[in-house]
Design a protein around this ligand. Structure first.
Ligand SMILES: [Zn+2]
Length: 180
């Protein structure tokens, strides 16, 4: 994956033509209440289901950890450390792994803050789980799909923030913090 990858080619549900099981042409049909791609030959149904994402509100000395995105969507914009949960991976461990990969820091998850469904990512519908965390080790150094990793004062957030949902979650978190 490089800086120029094609967003349309990454969308996991658009432009699919052939059955992945038998290679017959898929048909766009009504199936169990939804439009789905269905194989008329072997009855394979392409169920478009949301991918799960872990994102992390990692706080240290009253500051919140953000990363600058290396890739689309939201390339060159800030967001919370976040990433797709792998098959078989426990969501909490995904959260810890993503923070480590993108920021070099070790975190301890302290809670689940919120969950929501979104269509903000053009690659796939998403279910996001936001965790709260505190930093327990590591050295701050951007990596993987982050070009920078920075703690920002909660009264002086970076701009622009990549996703409306991250903006919302950060604002709510800060607001609740203020109220104690
Ligand atoms: Zn088929």
């Amino acid at each position: 994956m490089d800086d120029t990858y094609d967003m349309d080619a990454q969308a996991n549900h658009e432009g699919l033509k052939f059955c992945p099981r038998c290679a017959a042409h898929l048909e766009d049909r009504e199936s169990r209440g939804h439009r789905r791609l269905v194989c008329p030959n072997c009855s394979y149904i392409f169920y478009l289901t949301p991918a799960a994402v872990a994102c992390v509100l990692a706080e240290q000395d009253g500051k919140l950890l953000f990363v600058l995105r290396r890739y689309e969507p939201g390339k060159g914009q800030w967001c919370l450390p976040a990433g797709f949960i792998e098959v078989g991976e426990q969501p909490e461990l995904s959260a810890v792994r993503e923070v480590k990969e993108e920021t070099g820091l070790d975190v301890k998850i302290t809670g689940i803050y919120d969950t929501w469904a979104t269509n903000e990512d053009p690659r796939t519908p998403v279910i996001s789980i936001a965790f709260t965390a505190r930093v327990v080790g590591g050295e701050l150094a951007a990596g993987d799909d982050a070009t920078r990793a920075v703690f920002f004062d909660m009264s002086d957030l970076p701009e622009p923030i990549a996703f409306a949902d991250h903006t919302r979650i950060v604002r709510t978190y800060i607001e609740e913090n203020r109220r104690g």
